[in-house]
Design a protein around this ligand. Structure first.
Ligand code: ADP
Length: 503
């Protein structure tokens, strides 16, 4: 049977008398099967259910029949009618908790029952929902339980079973590759994508991989906390940052053969923090790392993580981590880390949540076992709490500064080659380099783009050094705009002895 681990966990929670379990899932039918078995194992005799459409019902877990078949009834009507002790030895399942959030009588009832469960009633309440919304009054009684993601082997079985049912076949190799690509999706999501792929052209083939990617990308985006980024950039697209690139290459060898590396005594890579001047290749490095490791890239949006209900932000972080672990090996890119963790240690509701969230993130960084390689990027490290910068959280912290001469030459080369490969040999890169001291990589890219557009508009057949120089004259470099803060930052990095990403 699948989800044995989850069922055992539920049984344990029930046995231990946890008052409210919040089961967070879209898969209601499967969840109900697991709950019934777990409740039976924990010695519960009755399943009491309430939801908006079916109303109230009581079901005997021993005789497997209804004691009271579903009947229409408001939640509060029910709670006023029964004595607390009548709920003994029961599992109480509520499916539409969001409809009860603004109902003080319902919340008060659940609170009272929770207190009684903590004292003398052998029962449990399960809130079954696809979104986590916990009334503040119940917060202390609630334990959130997440459905397990399918393992790679389970996904393989799901695909095989699907093929048998649909009377179609799939090669062993494709099956294995598909299973890897499906990681992080639930069984019903996998089946719906397989059905779509099959209905497209009547069989499952390698062509369907892009469909799987797109569908998975959408599903993950809908979950609202992680985004799956298509891999377009690689190490060759980064000009300069040689030290960082070499370091990533070393980690790639380990990531690609993690089992063997660990047996040899190598620590599993945790991740890297890349901080420094905006527009100088930090995000580019996160993307290139995933390409180099040949694993998916997930971007965590810290802004969206922060929820408005109690416990929602922590739950979102937990979910994001669970999803990243299910998809692992992968790169988890935490973009603009300083924005997420600004206000740590402050006073007030928002700051407290951030502090807790931060603590959870650190603990995970410290203890994580799944091969999730974290690439955190930050523009302004002065806002980051010092705990994050301590050794052991990240494998390394790199500082990215404005590109030096040789690096700017390389960046020009990359961007000219991308758009006008034939013009490159006629361009005097040394002159461009001389005129762009203080320009960021993004500045250089925009200069190149701009000069190519102008050349096109002027109906020229090629882009020349002069065209690009003209564009440079019209551009204000980053260091012109942000001279002070950049110098300030550089000092802090040097004081903290961060490694320079460039030679
Ligand atoms: P940030 O450091 O703010 O994360 P990005 O990596 O997003 O900056 O850079 C923005 C864009 O500028 C990139 O997509 C790329 O086109 C260009 N760029 C920045 N740095 C480099 C670099 N070192 N080499 C090549 N292109 C670069």
């Amino acid at each position: 049977m699948k989800h044995v681990k989850l069922m055992d966990r539920l049984t344990q929670y029930m046995d231990a008398g946890f008052p409210i379990l919040y089961l967070n899932t879209f898969e209601e039918k499967l969840a109900m099967e697991l709950l019934q078995k777990a409740a039976h194992n924990a010695g519960r005799v009755r399943l009491i259910q309430w939801d908006m459409t079916q109303g109230y019902s009581e079901y005997s877990l021993r005789k497997k029949e209804y004691l009271i078949p579903p009947m229409n009834c408001e939640f509060t009507e029910l709670t006023g009618r029964m004595e607390m002790k009548e709920f003994n030895s029961s599992l109480f399942v509520i499916k539409d908790i969001s409809s009860l959030l603004d109902n003080p009588a319902a919340v008060a009832f659940l609170k009272e029952l929770s207190i009684r469960i903590s004292i003398d009633i052998e029962s449990n309440i399960v809130l079954l929902s696809s979104v986590v919304k916990i009334p503040k009054e119940l917060e202390n009684f609630v334990t959130i339980v997440e459905m397990d993601y399918q393992t790679e082997e389970e996904i393989q079985e799901t695909i095989q079973r699907f093929c048998e049912e649909q009377e179609t076949t799939i090669s062993r190799q494709l099956l294995n590759e598909m299973a890897v690509n499906f990681k992080g999706l639930t069984e019903s999501e996998i089946i719906s994508i397989l059905s779509l792929a099959l209905s497209n052209d009547g069989d499952l083939s390698r062509k369907d991989m892009s469909l799987i990617f797109e569908q998975k990308q959408q599903k993950i985006r809908k979950s609202g906390i992680l985004e799956m980024i298509p891999l377009k950039e690689n190490l060759e697209d980064i000009g300069g940052l040689e030290v960082l690139k070499n370091w990533l290459k070393k980690k790639a060898v380990v990531m690609k053969d993690l089992g063997k590396a660990e047996k040899f005594g190598v620590d599993a890579p945790k991740g890297v923090l890349i901080a420094g001047v905006p527009g100088c290749g930090k995000s580019l490095s996160a993307k290139a790392a995933a390409d180099l490791f040949q694993v998916p890239l997930l971007r965590m949006d810290m802004g969206r993580l922060m929820g408005k209900y109690v416990g929602e932000s922590e739950e979102n972080l937990r979910k994001a981590i669970a999803l990243a672990e299910a998809i692992s090996p992968c790169v988890l890119w935490v973009d603009e880390l300083e924005k997420a963790f600004a206000g740590i240690g402050g006073i007030g509701g928002g700051a407290e949540v951030t502090t807790r969230l931060f603590g959870n993130f650190l603990t995970w960084m410290q203890e994580k076992e799944a091969p999730v390689f974290v690439v955190a990027t930050a523009n302004d490290i002065t806002k980051l709490p010092p705990e994050l910068l301590r050794k052991g959280r990240f494998d390394e912290i790199y500082y990215v500064g404005l590109p030096k001469d040789e690096e700017r030459r390389h960046i020009f080369e990359i961007h000219i080659k991308k758009r006008r490969p034939n013009d490159l040999k006629l361009i005097d890169l040394s002159r461009l380099v001389k005129e762009t001291n203080g320009y960021s990589g993004a500045d250089i890219e925009s200069v190149v783009k701009d000069s190519i557009e102008t050349a096109f508009v002027n109906q020229k057949s090629a882009v020349t050094t002069e065209d690009i120089l003209a564009s440079i004259k019209q551009t204000h470099s980053l260091s012109e705009i942000m001279k002070e803060p950049i110098e300030q930052m550089k000092k802090i990095y040097e004081q903290n002895k961060f490694k320079n990403a460039s030679k």
